[in-house]
Design a protein around this ligand. Structure first.
Ligand code: HEM
Ligand SMILES: *[C@@H]1O[C@H](CO)[C@@H](O)[C@H](O)[C@H]1NC(C)=O
Ligand SMILES: *[C@@H]1O[C@H](CO)[C@@H](O)[C@H](O)[C@H]1NC(C)=O
Ligand SMILES: *[C@@H]1O[C@H](CO)[C@@H](O)[C@H](O)[C@H]1NC(C)=O
Ligand SMILES: CC(=O)N[C@H]1CO[C@H](CO)[C@@H](O)[C@@H]1O
Length: 532
């Protein structure tokens, strides 16, 4: 009797538990959750994250989401509490609406210190942004003597001599790996703006170190997955001694971190007040340090940045390290793909050269190799140069993948759906840039889409609204003006005096699928010929 009663009690409890679990994990997510009305990218997504985690792990996210949106429309459920969006109105709601970032971004805390990119609450982000945003504004950049002098030095003393050597060298029929050269040039550009030319980097001159750096960087990038997608689980595993990163990745991370800390320490140790050469001005460092100091003296412990202020050295380094990493690979990739596209048409190169040489001053090399810097405003407004670069950023977006945010506590409306708070939601340039309604024949690289005379006023507006290479809203890329300027300068410097020709582009057409997108073999060999 007693036993039977025990069994009955136990089976009742088991049945109740079973019923509860079935409801909680099967019926509720599939039928009653506010997200249940939204189309599923895969039948399993209401119940588990396994499907999307696997897609991400195997680097198939862009094409998978692209196919899902094609099939199911602009709002698709990709996990129990996760949506993908592909529609400019939803993009406006989320990104212009200031939805906060998710813990996905915490891996970008360098030295354990938050930076602007990794800051999650909007209020903290705004304070950080105010410290530096002015030096990245278009008007500041275009009139900055430091930016101009640094650009001149890098182009004339480092970048053009590399092309010159390759053009002269008849022993070099295999050309030069322009991918590696661009990765170096973009590093030298951003490092000079951060730390001044003398205290920045010379990756163009030091090929061995540059290649070592890129190796470390690759190691760092490959292992963000676990921390980004399963932060709690990963932390737990680490605690009990199951590491997700091989030791050599930790070592690579540490070496990169130490490298940037050295650059920061070097400049802090020698604020050289007697040096008035504009090329040595550490523009960003100066503005960041001054801003943080001001916050410290005026607000002290009330500062939203208090922990930053109390750990001044690492806070400064964390911010600048992020700019170094954000500013190098992205622009290097865009330049690689642009020269690859241009190298396929001598006719287009010729047109571009005519446009470039129409500026005065322009970047034509004098017989002794010297150049003048063009007026940044004039350079910026050249229509063909702008069109070829924009089209490259569209079809080969350096950051094609999702930029996750979370819905605010009160929830929000997306399309015809009400979405509750705390749901991860993301748009991606890869799909926005392949909308056939806005970019007909979207897989084709066609710079004429962006020429001023193409299409009606409405079509132009639509194109510009849908262009998302730098994201949008308050957390849009802070370096977009800097990047556009350096990329235009380099393209102008090349095509004012050279033609380029493909020698070996194996793997370039196969752009990898991920948060940033590299050519599969990470190289592109081009040959340069001097125009006479
Ligand atoms: C072609 C070059 C570049 C591209 C395509 C690009 C793209 C982007 C994108 C898409 C974002 C938003 C990412 C997200 O929210 O997940 C972003 C943010 C950011 N980018 Fe860039 N970027 C480029 C160059 C640069 C440069 C040169 C810098 C140098 C300072 C830079 C610094 C940043 C920073 C600091 C953020 C974070 C902004 C914030 O959270 O407020 N980027 N970039
Ligand atoms: C930069 O580095 C040099 C040594 O290479 C040093 O003499 C100088 O004071 C540093 N600082 C500035 C602001 O140039
Ligand atoms: C640079 O290219 C222009 C044509 O774009 C040519 O006229 C000029 O001679 C070249 N300069 C040198 C130093 O080769
Ligand atoms: C593209 O590159 C990846 C590796 O980066 C490789 O696995 C894949 O097979 C390549 N695809 C093609 C079509 O070459
Ligand atoms: C930019 C990018 O990553 N594109 C890739 C997305 O996925 C498709 C299909 O795998 C590739 O062909 C693209 O190159």
């Amino acid at each position: 009797m007693k036993m039977a009663g025990g069994f009955t009690g136990l089976s009742c409890a088991a049945a109740a538990l079973f019923a509860f679990l079935t409801y909680r994990f099967i019926f509720w997510p599939a039928l009653f959750s506010p997200l249940a009305r939204i189309p599923n990218a895969h039948w399993s997504v209401p119940f588990s994250r396994l499907w999307i985690l696997r897609i991400r792990f195997t680097h198939r996210e862009n094409k998978t989401l692209f196919a899902a949106h094609r099939r199911h429309g602009p709002i698709v459920r990709v996990g129990p509490s996760e949506l993908s969006i592909d529609d400019v109105d939803c993009v406006r709601t989320v990104y212009q609406g200031g939805f906060e970032k998710t813990s996905w971004y915490s891996v970008f805390d360098n030295y354990g210190a938050v930076c602007m990119f990794s800051a999650r609450p909007s209020a903290e982000h705004s304070v950080r942004k105010r410290l530096i945003s002015h030096v990245y504004s278009k008007s500041y950049m275009q009139s900055s003597p430091a930016a101009s002098a640094q650009g001149h030095a890098i182009l004339s003393e480092r970048f053009l001599p590399i092309l010159e050597r390759s053009a002269k060298d008849t022993q070099l029929p295999h050309g030069i790996d322009i991918y590696s050269v661009f990765m170096a040039a973009t590093m030298d550009f951003i490092a000079s703006y951060l730390f001044g030319l003398r205290n920045g980097t010379d990756f163009l001159g030091d090929k061995a170190y540059r290649e070592h750096f890129l190796e470390l960087y690759r190691a760092r990038q490959g292992y963000g997955y676990y921390d980004q997608e399963m932060p709690q689980f990963t932390r737990l595993c680490r605690k009990i001694g199951i590491p997700f990163c091989p030791k050599w990745v930790d070592a690579a991370n540490k070496e990169l971190g130490d490298w940037c800390l050295r650059l920061c320490d070097q400049i802090s140790a020698s604020p050289d007040t007697t040096n008035t050469d504009p090329r040595d001005e550490p523009v960003v460092w100066k503005s960041l340090v001054a801003g943080l100091r001001k916050d410290e003296t005026t607000k002290g412990k009330d500062s939203l940045l208090y922990p930053a202020v109390s750990n001044f050295r690492l806070s400064v380094a964390s911010e600048l390290f992020d700019h170094v990493l954000a500013g190098q690979e992205t622009a290097g990739l865009a330049l690689t793909y642009l020269t690859w596209r241009l190298s396929q048409s001598l006719e287009l190169q010729e047109k571009l050269r005519t446009e470039l040489l129409g500026m005065t001053p322009n970047l034509r090399q004098r017989p002794d190799g010297t150049i003048d810097m063009p007026d940044p405003k004039k350079l910026d407004s050249l229509p063909l140069l702008h069109a070829v670069l924009t089209e490259t950023l569209r079809l080969h977006a350096p950051i094609p993948g999702p930029q996750p945010r979370q819905t605010p506590e009160a929830g929000c409306r997306l399309g015809s759906y009400h979405v509750p708070g705390g749901v991860r939601v993301a748009a991606l340039a890869y799909t926005l840039h392949r909308d056939e309604a806005v970019f007909p024949d979207a897989e084709k690289w066609d710079h004429t889409r962006w020429l001023p005379g193409t299409g009606t006023e409405d079509e132009r507006k639509l194109r510009n609204r849908q262009f998302w290479a730098f994201g949008s809203g308050g957390r849009m890329c802070i370096g977009s003006n800097f990047a556009m300027n350096e990329m235009k300068l380099m393209i102008a410097a090349i095509y004012s005096n050279y033609t380029s020709h493909i020698v070996d582009d194996e793997g370039v057409a196969n752009q990898s699928d991920g948060y940033t997108s590299r050519p599969a073999n990470e190289q592109l060999y081009l040959r340069f010929e001097k125009v006479v």
